[in-house]
Design a protein around this ligand. Sequence first.
Ligand code: ZN
Ligand code: ZN
Length: 134
Amino acid sequence: MSTAILGQCLCGATRFAFDLPTKWVAHCHCTMCRRAQGAAFVTWVGVEAVQFRWLADADLRWYDSSPGAQRGFCAHCGSPLAFRSERWPGEIHLTRASIDDELDRAPEMHVCHDTHVPWVILGDDLPRQGALTA
Ligand SMILES: [Zn+2]
Ligand SMILES: [Zn+2]
């Protein structure tokens, strides 16, 4: 018995669903996430690709953000939604903020914290890792 978790872009043209469990949830402070989303850091949800599906993807577009890695966004409203990479085969990463539903876990750590911005002060006690080594 699984309840589908739903997510969508700002305009609603691009929507997705996945089944629990998630693999991980983490805040990423890398410079690419920051620039791609116009935010101090980005909270990502890792899900097995086989548990994931697009519900409405007419305006979904992917672009290569680095060798072997793509970012998916709604071409109508521009909302960043997804990430996939050869470094994490069989996995898709989704922006936590595009998902309203409760998940099976809260964010567990900060990654790429060595490149964090100086203008946001974190108030949590989560582990803070440097560059990803996975
Ligand atoms: Zn949209
Ligand atoms: Zn990142």
